[in-house]
Write a protein that binds this ligand. Structure first.
Ligand code: PHE
Length: 345
């Protein structure tokens, strides 16, 4: 019996050693130590032994059981650790892998142009003003020296809502509104916003577009101030080497009025397809605020003077980014819009 036990022990230990996973180990445990296992069988057979032999055999059986159990447990610990290790390796995250790119949106090219212009003027101490898109005839025309029946109204045919309300044709009504609100105080504002005109849409015309109005009123504001301001604007938007030139023009709300050209950023002034071989590109209308406009808003035109300008945001964006059709700005084609992604800034 002793022989048998030793052999069982050897067998069990060998199998424990050979077991490569927890399940196999458990099989060994059940097979050798389980209720139906050979060791239990031997214990049951103890009754047949002589009383002298019993204690010796009992002790032996216990030692064998203990040995096998200890070995089992030791092996279980090892296998468990191995399993954890394997799992860790399988699930390990390589933090050095490059991340997946998240597609983000970007600012609309018109927004970019407007923000850039706003930044420039904010840095010069201007405030940003806004006005309604559905405007009173009074602010859109009358307060700007365009009384009812004035022929210059034809230049800006618009969408009337009633006799007295309309979709504003320019951002200039914000001039009149701001002057009215400031009650004779000096003013320095920039005003971006949507404007509407009854135009047939084509590559360069749109019935709705964006303007950026500027208005400065104070003591001793002169044409040279306007010129210096617009020169800074042209340089900021199209490059430090740019120059501007003023051509006489007409707006009922400014006197004198000018049309402002910037030297061509593509050819530098020698003539190319962008500037139509002239070397100059028209970018905005401006002038000295008409005394009638000042007086109508309650400003003393003898004491204060001012200048105003109106920029077409689309026009600036088209020139700056080489866009050939104004309609690209409104059709939300992702292929167009994604070209203005931040990374290209
Ligand atoms: N409001 C004019 C336009 O839309 C532009 C302008 C603004 C001209 C301010 C002079 C002064 O055509």
């Amino acid at each position: 019996m002793e022989q048998q036990l030793k052999q069982l022990e050897q067998e069990a230990l060998a199998k424990i050693e050979a077991a490569s996973n927890l399940k196999e180990l458990n099989d060994v445990r059940v097979a050798y130590l389980g209720k139906k296992g050979p060791i239990t069988d031997l214990l049951k057979g103890m009754g047949k032994l002589s009383p002298e032999e019993r204690p010796k055999m009992g002790a032996l059986v216990n030692t064998v059981r203990e040995n096998v159990t200890n070995q089992l447990e030791a092996r279980i610990t090892i296998l468990e650790e191995q399993a954890i290790q394997e799992q860790l390796e399988k699930e390990s995250i390589d933090v050095t892998l490059p991340g997946r790119k998240i597609r983000t949106g970007n600012r609309h090219p018109l927004t970019r142009v407007i923000e850039e212009i706003e930044d420039l003027f904010l840095s010069m101490g201007y405030e940003i003003a806004e006005g309604p898109e559905v405007e009173k005839d009074y602010y859109n025309f009358e307060a700007l020296n365009l009384p009812k029946g004035h022929p210059a109204r034809d230049m800006q045919d618009t969408f009337y809502i009633t006799e007295e309300t309309l979709l504003r044709t320019h951002t200039s009504p914000v001039q009149a509104r701001t002057m009215e609100a400031k009650k004779g105080e000096p003013i320095r504002i920039i005003c971006p916003g949507k404007v509407f005109r009854r135009d047939n849409d084509d590559a360069t015309h749109s019935h709705q577009f964006m303007q950026i109005e500027g208005l400065v009123i104070g003591e001793n504001i002169r044409m040279s101030d306007l010129k210096g301001t617009l020169d800074a604007l042209a340089k900021r938007m199209f490059g430090e080497e740019r120059e501007i030139r003023l051509r006489p023009s007409f707006f009922p709300f400014t006197e004198p009025s000018v049309e402002v050209d910037v030297s061509c950023h593509k050819c530098g002034g020698t003539g190319c397809n962008v500037c139509k071989q002239t070397g100059w590109i028209e970018i905005l209308g401006a002038g000295m605020v008409h005394p009638n406009v000042l007086e109508m808003a309650g400003y003393d035109s003898k004491k204060l003077s001012g200048f105003a300008f109106g920029i077409g945001a689309e026009r600036i964006a088209m020139l700056k980014y080489g866009v050939d059709d104004i309609r690209h700005f409104y059709t939300n084609d992702i292929r167009f819009l994604s070209q203005f992604h931040r990374t290209e800034e």
